[in-house]
Design a binder for this molecule. Structure first.
Ligand SMILES: [Zn+2]
Length: 241
């Protein structure tokens, strides 16, 4: 997810039923799972209520906020899906968010380290760039990093027999492709603003045709790469499921 100022965009939906180790859900098992998830969450809320200073510290200390929300998110995923899928999901989310973060910093814009929300995704906040093309590339940086991760893991998977690499490649491609949906709040919605500049945006008049074509090519190229990996590895994932 990419967020600027007060605006946040959720871009990593909760994966359901994707853990190869998942058992068929039934009411009793589900109740047990909720108890396991809610008990620590309730304890955390009590702790935060008693220590408002801790909450303020998390909000104002980017590194601590990053580490704390990442750890909490990972723990929830371990409880819900098992450590193996939790690890895959966390790697994919971290790579995506650091793509946004690196793009913000690459354009010289202030940005906060990513924050993670269990079962929702994550977000990275940064300043709004003056250039609409830069804005589109900052949004694209998340899915593009996800594509790079997927491609790297796909390559490694051809050299090893470990299905973990196939799983990371596949889920990175799926989650990042989902984020390419061309509507806000997905990253794709912000990228499309660099293809069809909004009429009310003061940056639009300075966004020429060549810039629109460059953003279009980057968007389509990334989407095609992600689609290719999803289709390529779908059979393999289905076999291991
Ligand atoms: Zn994103």
């Amino acid at each position: 997810m990419l967020a600027r100022g007060n605006l946040t965009i959720v871009d990593a939906p909760r994966p359901t039923g994707t853990d190869p180790g998942d058992q068929p859900a039934h009411a009793h098992g589900l109740a047990r799972l909720w108890k396991r998830l809610l008990a620590p969450a309730a304890a955390l809320l009590v702790l935060l209520a008693k220590a408002k200073g801790l909450l303020l510290l998390l909000l104002h200390a980017p590194v601590l906020g990053f580490v704390a929300t990442l750890g909490l998110s990972f723990w929830f995923y371990v409880v819900a899906f098992g450590w193996r899928f939790a690890l895959i999901l966390t790697i994919v989310l971290v790579a995506h968010e650091f793509g946004h973060y690196a793009a913000f910093r690459g354009y010289g814009l202030p940005a906060r380290l990513p924050n993670f929300i269990p079962f929702v995704g994550a977000f990275t906040m940064g300043a709004v760039p003056d250039d609409l093309e830069h804005d589109a590339y900052i949004a694209l940086a998340g899915p593009l990093t996800g594509l790079g991760l997927a491609a790297a893991c796909a390559t490694i998977s051809t050299l090893t027999a470990d299905p973990l690499w196939v799983a990371v490649a596949y889920f990175s491609a799926v989650l990042n492709l989902f984020n390419m949906i061309p509507f806000v709040p997905f990253d794709g919605g912000r990228i499309v603003r660099g293809i069809c500049p909004p009429a009310g945006d003061p940056r639009s008049p300075h966004h020429d045709r060549a810039a629109r074509l460059r953003v279009t090519a980057a968007y389509l190229g990334t989407a095609f790469g992600l689609c290719w990996i999803v289709f390529e590895f779908h059979q393999s994932i289905a076999r291991h499921a």
